[in-house]
Design a protein around this ligand. Structure first.
Ligand SMILES: C[S@@+](CC[C@H](N)C(=O)[O-])C[C@H]1O[C@@H](n2cnc3c(N)ncnc32)[C@H](O)[C@@H]1O
Length: 257
């Protein structure tokens, strides 16, 4: 386990210990996911890993805005996104197929969780599942986070998950990555004091980039988390399950405000 505090000036930065759930899978302790009935909720046949690459670029950087670009949102009415009408306390950015999102919603019914995702089919599938299963504390928003989080109040979010999010590995595609200093400024603003940003990726270069950018930002207490250690209490995401099945190494970071 390696840990360091990016904000070197913050001497009171505490080491925090995390306890993990209940399944030992290939020597990795993982907490249980909910069971999804894919016969009742079939995934669409033609699943595309990425959608139009322009959808991931901030609208202000586009010369031409393509049809289908996710709407840029400045204000939001949470009643339209959560059946219980309350604002979110957790954000799952790039939630994809949403197994993690739905599991978290089930595990803590007192906390609203918002999935944010660019891909239309993921949003449609999740929306249908959430409505039909009457999951009051779970919402889904089709949105590109590269356009900021203006619609989220400052100091309002306990946890933000950014797990296996960036499909843009190549250096020439780096500008499509949402994770940059502006993004961290927004994450820092919306998190409550002691709130946490959880990061995971299976691409070492992306992991190194996350660490470097966090270090540059210099306001979070940052800790790299070892997969084999019992430090990550979260259930696995769809992508994490794939990595475990295929024996693909992945990297985790917890950044605390
Ligand atoms: C590899 S999938 C991982 C999904 C899920 N987090 C998991 O671990 O299974 C990455 C997802 O992040 C989404 N994503 C990437 N950049 C995004 C952005 N700027 N705004 C919203 N979603 C984004 C992609 O559309 C994709 O569905």
């Amino acid at each position: 386990m390696r840990g360091f505090c990016v904000n070197y000036g913050m001497t009171e930065c505490e080491i925090f210990f995390i306890f993990i759930g209940n399944i030992n899978y290939k020597n990795i302790m993982i907490t249980k996911n909910i069971e999804i009935n894919y016969n009742k909720y079939p995934l669409p046949d033609r699943k595309r890993h990425h959608t139009n690459p322009s959808y991931y670029i901030p609208i202000k950087e586009l010369k031409f805005v393509p049809t289908g670009y996710p709407q840029v949102i400045k204000n939001i009415n949470w009643k339209e996104y959560f059946a219980n009408h309350k604002p979110p306390k957790q954000l799952d950015i790039g939630c994809g197929r949403g197994l993690f999102l739905l599991t978290l919603a089930e595990n803590d019914k007192d906390s609203n969780i918002l999935g944010i995702e660019v891909r239309q089919w993921c949003c449609d599938w999740l929306d249908n599942y959430i409505v039909n299963e009457s999951i009051e504390n779970c919402g889904i928003l089709r949105y590109c986070v590269a356009n900021g989080l203006d619609f989220i109040s400052s100091d309002s979010i306990n946890e933000i998950f950014y797990l296996f999010p960036d499909p843009w590995v190549k250096i020439r595609h780096r500008k499509r990555r949402a994770f940059n200093l502006d993004f961290l400024e927004e994450i820092y603003r919306v998190l409550v004091t002691d709130g946490k940003l959880y990061l995971a990726t299976d691409i070492y270069e992306v992991h190194a980039y996350h660490l470097k950018t966090l270090k540059q930002f210099n306001r979070f207490c940052v800790k790299e988390v070892d997969n084999s250690a019992n430090e990550w209490t979260l259930p696995p995401t769809n992508k994490e399950l794939f990595c475990i099945k295929e024996n693909i190494k992945y990297y985790k970071i917890i950044a605390k405000k």
